[in-house]
Design a protein around this ligand. Structure first.
Ligand code: NIG
Ligand code: FE
Length: 398
């Protein structure tokens, strides 16, 4: 991935009074409305949609979500607000392991139903493609079940889901005192089976103090890479341990969170072209004070994408427009950078920039019509969800 992507994607290409022609799920032509009659002199269109007074953007791409879980965890939200930390709750058996127990017990259909409700919300907020992680199963059987749920959702919901295996999300209860045993299970059984079944494109890991350390992360991700999975990392979310450097060194397509990234980490990511996926809604929802140093990363030439991190623990939002507002306030990103970060840069972080992420001929006709007077109003209209309609592959879905 070329670092130049950050250059192209800090710039926003705008067409005032624009028009777009869609043919068979894809964009055929984009330009000024005044040119359409000369472009298509004797063509009558089957359907005409007027975006009158609104703004049209590419469908939003959410490149980091954890949507396969059996139950929400609102009680932990209030425990945190009363003073307990995310890691204290996790160490006491809550957090991810709480979700794992319930997700293992849930049926395939229950997991699908639960996720559909949230995917519907995403679609209404303008999201047309997401990256979706497993990671609340943490056994071969339950991880494969979660990945199969992601495939079912991809086939049965308008949103496109790109599957990521995240068996290395936590150490499950039965391996708390045998961490090496779980690392071996990941390397010897889970990763080979996931790769063989072709159920995932990516492999992700929670590289963090108290979870997977650098040595374990390197071994697990080397195995994943060897089996043809592309790499993403959760890195430097709560502490800095060198996960960003490891991600850059291993050729990961993205490193995510990065609240506590060091200058060396930034330099290594810029050099390797690793995309930074920032998740400011997580920092906000955890009530933390320190946000990822987005300005520094952008200024050093790191391509920045934004995601919801939708999950029942640290970020229970499905709304990229809400993330956009938080990014403006706390990451000090400009409206142009933010729009780029939820469309083209996030598409790049999934390797899908040929098909989605911008409105260009040949790409899928995934687009949103917003009830706003200019694109700067999208992050500004705080929690108002100014989506008027959403189109997926040329078909109106909202
Ligand atoms: O990205 N940090 C690890 N994973 C999720 C949280 C998952 C959970 O709390 O259920 C995250 O924040
Ligand atoms: Fe996450």
């Amino acid at each position: 991935m070329s670092p130049k992507i950050s250059e192209t994607f800090r710039r926003l290409e705008l067409i005032e009074h624009g028009a777009m022609v869609v043919n068979d799920q894809r964009i055929e032509w984009v330009g000024a409305e005044s040119e359409i009659s000369s472009q298509y002199p004797d063509r009558r269109f089957d359907i005409t949609v007027a975006a009158k007074g609104g703004v049209v953007t590419p469908g939003l791409v959410d490149p980091h979500t954890h949507p396969i879980f059996a139950a929400t965890r609102e009680h932990e939200f209030y425990l945190r607000n009363a003073g307990k930390s995310y890691m204290e709750i996790a160490a006491a058996g809550g957090g991810i392991r709480n979700s794992v127990r319930k997700t293992r017990a849930a049926s395939f259909d229950q997991l699908c139903q639960k996720a559909v409700r949230f995917l519907d919300q995403m679609l209404k907020s303008g999201t047309t493609t997401i990256e979706a992680k497993s990671g609340y199963g943490l056994s071969t059987k339950a991880e494969l079940k979660s990945l199969e749920v992601i495939h079912w959702l991809n086939d049965n919901h308008p949103i496109d889901l790109i599957p990521t295996f995240m068996g290395a999300h936590e150490f499950p209860d039965e391996y708390r005192d045998n961490r090496e045993g779980y690392v071996r299970l990941l390397i010897d059984e889970m990763i080979p089976e996931v790769a063989h079944s072709k159920l995932a494109v990516f492999c992700d890991i929670f590289t963090e103090a108290g979870v997977f350390d650098l040595d374990q992360s390197r071994r697990i991700m080397t195995a994943a890479k060897g089996h043809g999975l592309k790499l993403r990392f959760h890195a430097e979310e709560l502490k800095s341990i060198g996960g960003a450097e490891l991600a850059a060194e291993m050729g990961a397509i993205s490193a995510d969170h990065l609240v506590f990234i060091t200058d060396t980490g930034i330099a290594k990511m810029a050099e390797a072209g690793t995309i930074a996926i920032l998740l400011p809604a997580t920092t906000f929802f955890l009530g933390h004070k320190e946000y990822a140093p987005a300005r520094k990363m952008i200024d050093q030439g790191v391509a920045v994408a934004l995601a919801t991190d939708f999950n029942p623990g640290s970020s229970c939002t499905t709304s990229l427009p809400a993330v956009m507002t938080v990014a403006a306030i706390y990451l000090k990103m400009t409206a142009e950078e933010i729009l780029n970060a939820v469309t083209f840069n996030s598409a790049c972080s999934l390797g899908l920039q040929k098909d989605i992420g911008s409105l260009q001929p040949g790409k899928l006709a995934d687009f949103v019509i917003w009830d706003v007077e200019n694109y700067e109003q999208i992050p500004y209209l705080f929690a108002q969800n100014p989506v008027r309609s959403v189109f997926k592959r040329g078909r109106q879905v909202v």
